[in-house]
Every structure is written in C-alpha cells, then in structure tokens.
Design a protein around this ligand. Structure first.
Ligand SMILES: [Zn+2]
Length: 329
C-alpha cells in the first residue's frame, strides 16, 4: 500500500476543484473505457476505470528513457562520493529487471504483477467476497508470515494520521489460503471467482487520494505519472517469497514526522517504495527532458519520488529475492 500524509487543506481544495472540474468530470464519465490488461472491478466508478486504463496505455504508447547523465536519487545519495553514485538508467534497469524503458516493456512489468483493481469499499472480511476452492499445494508451506499471530484476511493496518492511496490486497487472500492449506478464490465484481494462487494474482484496492488532481486535469501527464508510480509501488507487493513475501512495509521510527509508528517505511533496498520511486524518477526525468512536463510538474513529481526514497530506513536488510511465490493461474 502506498501511504501519504493527510493534508486537511486538500479537502477544502477538493471542494473547490469539484465545482471547477464539474464539466471535465462529466466528459470523463462519457468517455469509453480503453482496452487494457487491467481487470477493473464493476464496483469502480466509471471515471476511475477510464483514467486507470488511459494511464497504462500512456505507459505503453511512449518510450520513457531518461537522459543518460542522471544519478539515481536514492536515500542519502547526496552524501556519497561521485565514484559511488549510481547511474539512473543502469540502476533502474537492474532494480526493475528490464532491458529498456520502452512502453511495451514497462507495461508488461505491470501486467505481470497486477490482475485486478477493485473499489476502496471492497471488504476483505465480507464472506461473500471469497470462497475456499479446495486443497492446494503451497510453496514454502511452513512459512506464512504473520498468519498465526493475526488472521491475515483483512489484516489491520495502522495508518495513523495518514491515508492509504492504494493497497495490494490479493496477498491477504493468498495467505488466508496458505494458512488453511486451501486455495482461496476472490470474488471480483464483474469477473467472477479468481483463484489466488500467488501474490502475483495482483488484486489492488483503490483508496482515497489516488485521483487527487492537484489543480490539474486528472488526464494530464503529471497526474498520469503520479498514478503510474503508485501502480509500480503496488505491483512490487506482488513479488517476493517465504518470509518476505509481498515485500511488506516497516514501521517508521520517530524521526519520520507524520509517519512515526505507522507502517509507511521500508527496511529493504528493493521494496515497493524504492521501485515506485525509481519508476517515477525514470518517467519524470524523461517527461521533463523531452519537454512533455514543465518545471513545475517535474518538481511536483520529484518531491513525490524523493519522499518515497526517504521511506527506506537506515540499517536495512539489503536487497531481497524478488522471485514470486506460487504462480498466477
Ligand atoms: Zn506499499
């Protein structure tokens, strides 16, 4: 899940925007939903389906290669000697495991990890939303992190004063199945029962905040890149295996104002915050240097990816094996 600070002013701003954007929203409501790999739940508002489909198609239809001479903005990188600095292109390719930043390759990266998107109202505890399908042979059957401490189905998340933009909930179904040694099928509105045989089944739940407009048309490139960065973050939660399945967040210490005590940090070097930030830096720097984003847009996105990089804690456990557990059916 991606967590951002709750900004009370945002509510006031949204109220103003809502009026200002009324005509715009009407237009979006009328737009057809473009074809994409996303299994969009029927419970999602029409305009969110349109925007998310347009976002992934924007990713697919454009090359996103950033300029060659840019350093990756990883935590603390400003303190590193030039010799230790890492080139953004090389490091992003390595972390994402891609050969290039072509639209097709980045689109495929998301497609491998995201299957469905459901509305924030989708309740994991609602017995109508899942079904036990039958006995199943799980990988690493004795390793089920957190399973017996607390029921993973709808496991609670301490977001404190922050709010969840989006979360990857497929893992809860997978772990519930693993705990019971039975495959769980998730009932996705409009898509029937989907067997959750891996975190890679990739069921995302959209929360408040993903469609904030920041005074810009929700279809603007800056908003597309911002939402795509969140998709990359969530998609990473579909990776990992055994004890670190899903690349879970870590609790932020006191030194993180606004997030202290909340699970909005990370103690690995290749988890969701890093992946989301790397993807956002790549897309942002390409956008800025190709003239598609102005300086204001670029700086807004830069602040966002720098914030994500900062969520990586000191004293991390290093990089973890991203190989997914189980296989998507
Ligand atoms: Zn997350």
């Amino acid at each position: 899940m991606k967590v951002q600070l709750r900004i009370s002013a945002l509510i006031a701003i949204s109220a103003v925007l809502f009026t200002a954007c009324k005509e715009e929203k009407k237009g979006l409501d009328l737009e057809p939903i473009p074809a994409s790999f996303l299994g969009l739940g029927e419970d999602l508002p029409h305009e969110q389906k349109v925007l998310l489909s347009q976002d992934v198609n924007f990713l697919k239809d454009n090359d996103h290669t950033p300029p060659a001479e840019i350093w990756i903005a990883t935590k603390g990188s400003e303190k590193l000697a030039a010799a230790n600095r890492k080139n953004l292109i090389d490091e992003a390719k390595r972390l994402l495991g891609v050969q290039s930043f072509s639209g097709a390759e980045l689109y495929q990266w998301l497609q491998d990890r995201i299957g469905y998107v459901v509305d924030q109202s989708y309740d994991l505890r609602d017995r109508n939303n899942y079904v036990f399908l039958g006995p199943h042979q799980f990988e690493n059957p004795s390793i089920c992190p957190g399973c017996w401490d607390a029921a993973p189905m709808g496991f609670t998340f301490n977001a404190g004063g922050a709010y969840v933009v989006m979360s990857n909930v497929g893992g809860s179904f997978y772990l519930t199945g693993k705990m019971n040694r039975r495959l769980v099928g998730a009932r996705i509105p409009g898509h029937g029962v989907v067997p959750v045989s891996s975190f890679r089944t990739g069921i995302l739940r959209v929360g408040p905040g993903l469609f904030k407009y920041e005074g810009k048309d929700p279809r603007s490139v800056v908003n597309k890149i911002n939402r795509l960065a969140t998709l990359f973050h969530e998609a990473r939660h579909s990776d990992g295996n055994s004890e670190h399945i899903g690349f879970p967040h870590a609790v932020c210490p006191r030194s993180y104002p606004g997030f202290a005590g909340t699970e909005a940090c990370e103690d690995t070097l290749n988890g969701s915050y890093t992946i989301g930030a790397v993807a956002e830096q790549v897309m942002t720097e390409h956008c800025f240097h190709s003239g598609q984003c102005d300086r204001g847009d670029a700086n807004y996105l830069r602040a966002d990816y720098l914030d994500s990089f900062r969520r990586v804690l000191d004293g991390t456990t290093g990089e973890l094996d991203p190989k997914p557990e189980g296989q998507r059916q």
